[in-house]
Design a binder for this molecule. Sequence first.
Ligand SMILES: [Zn+2]
Ligand SMILES: [Zn+2]
Ligand SMILES: [Zn+2]
Length: 139
Amino acid sequence: MTWRELKDARRAKGLCLHCGLRARLSDGGYCGSCLRKRSASRRLLYSRRLRSALCPGCGGERDISPGVIHCRGCIQKARVRNARYVVDRVKAAERMVRLRRERRKEGQCPECGSRRENPRRVCCLKCRRRNGQYKVAKV
Ligand SMILES: [Zn+2]
Ligand SMILES: [Zn+2]
Ligand SMILES: [Zn+2]
C-alpha cells in the first residue's frame, strides 16, 4: 500500500492521517495528540530559523532585508493565500445572508432550513436548543 492509499483509507475511516490510531479532529487531518506534537515541532523549527537569521517559513535566505523576517517567496505565498482566504470568506458570508433571508421569507428556520413550528420564533426548536447548548458550553 502506498502512503497515498494509506492516507485515503484513513481519511475514509475518519482516522488521524498521521498516526492512524485516533479519531481525527473535525477541522483538520490530525488527531489532537498529533496536532499538538506538530505545532510544537513547528514552533521549535520556527524559532531555530529565526535565531539563525533565516526565513522561518522555508528556512531560506532572507532576501529582502534583515529587518523583514520572511523571504520574498514566503511573503508572496502568504499574500496569495490571504487574498484567497478573504475573498472566500466574504463570498461565504454573502451566500449565508442570502440563504437566511430566503429561508425566513419561506417561513423556514434560517439556520437549518426546516419548518419553524412557532412562526413567531426566528429559529426552529432544534436550532434554538442547539444555540442554547452552545452558549452554555462556551461559558
Ligand atoms: Zn494522530
Ligand atoms: Zn521563506
Ligand atoms: Zn433550525
